[in-house]
Design a protein around this ligand. Structure first.
Ligand code: ADP
Ligand code: ADP
Length: 237
């Protein structure tokens, strides 16, 4: 379970991006985080994976206090957080299979095996995941040969092969057309359900959030202004 208690973030520029945000996400729950640009959605995700340090408050994941971990502890904790990005963050010159494997082996481990041989069990698991996201037949294609939707499927497989406890998903559909966006959101939510995974999906498209998430949290100027089922959102959000 993920918990945030009175988490605030003030950037050095003086911007108060989060104001005493308190949230709990039980195991297996998918939460969509919505709000206009500048509301603090990315900051919230970055406080959880500690790309930024919260100014105040406590963040715990399965009982471990994330917000005060040392660099070493943080490296371990991050292995339990799968990340999915807006611009996919694939290594363009590597194959689909290699991109997925890099999620399992980590950066150093990946290059070490690149010169020798990838562990067979990891390759097998990567194939299983590629099959699940509909890309098994493209394992040997280079990432730069794929469409946006296919790239995001690779990003999803790469996050899942880590076997994370939590998925942090930052605007996964912002670079995709509406139909592909729906497919990608559906895939992420289905996979979370299958694997009993918690997820925060940062998404500014309210309709997409309503379509797929059972819980929606609305942020505005760094504060939670809504937390509940998607159908409780007023027409003016
Ligand atoms: P958005 O979430 O609105 O699409 P991003 O968060 O992706 O924007 O912003 C892109 C980059 O610019 C990030 O590295 C972010 O930390 C940084 N950034 C955003 N707003 C500011 C700001 N006011 N001052 C300095 N850097 C900023
Ligand atoms: P969102 O993801 O909802 O668009 P952000 O978390 O990117 O919102 O931004 C929240 C606020 O924090 C904005 O006012 C933004 O300008 C500011 N901000 C974001 N990143 C930085 C940064 N690296 N340095 C300074 N201010 C930032």
């Amino acid at each position: 379970m993920l918990s945030l208690k009175s988490v605030s973030k003030r950037y050095k520029t003086g911007d108060l991006a989060l104001k005493e945000v308190t949230l709990e996400i039980p195991e297996g729950q998918v939460m969509a985080l919505i709000g206009p640009s500048g509301a603090g959605k990315s900051t919230l995700i970055r406080c959880i994976n500690r790309l930024v340090d919260p100014t105040e408050g406590v963040i715990t994941l399965d009982g471990e206090v994330i917000s005060s971990l040392s660099a070493r502890g943080l490296r371990k904790a991050r292995r339990r957080m799968g990340m999915i990005f807006q611009e996919y963050a694939l290594v363009e010159r590597l194959t689909v299979m290699e991109n997925v494997l890099s999620g399992r082996l980590g950066y150093v481990g990946f290059w070490r095996s690149w010169f020798r041989k990838y562990p067979a069990a990891d390759v097998q698991e990567a194939f299983r995941l590629l099959d699940r996201v509909g890309l098994k037949h493209m394992a040997d294609k280079r990432a730069d040969e794929l469409s946006g939707g296919q790239r995001q499927r690779v990003g999803i497989a790469r996050a899942l092969i880590q076997d994370p406890a939590l998925l942090l998903v930052d605007e996964p559909t912002a670079s995709l057309d509406p139909k592909t966006s729906r497919q990608i959101m559906r895939l992420i939510c289905e996979l979370c359900e299958e694997r009993h995974l918690s997820a925060i999906i940062n998404i500014h498209d309210v309709l997409l959030a309503q379509m797929f998430a059972k819980r929606v949290v609305g942020l505005q100027l760094g504060e939670i202004v809504y937390d509940g089922p998607p159908d409780g959102l007023g027409p003016d959000v």
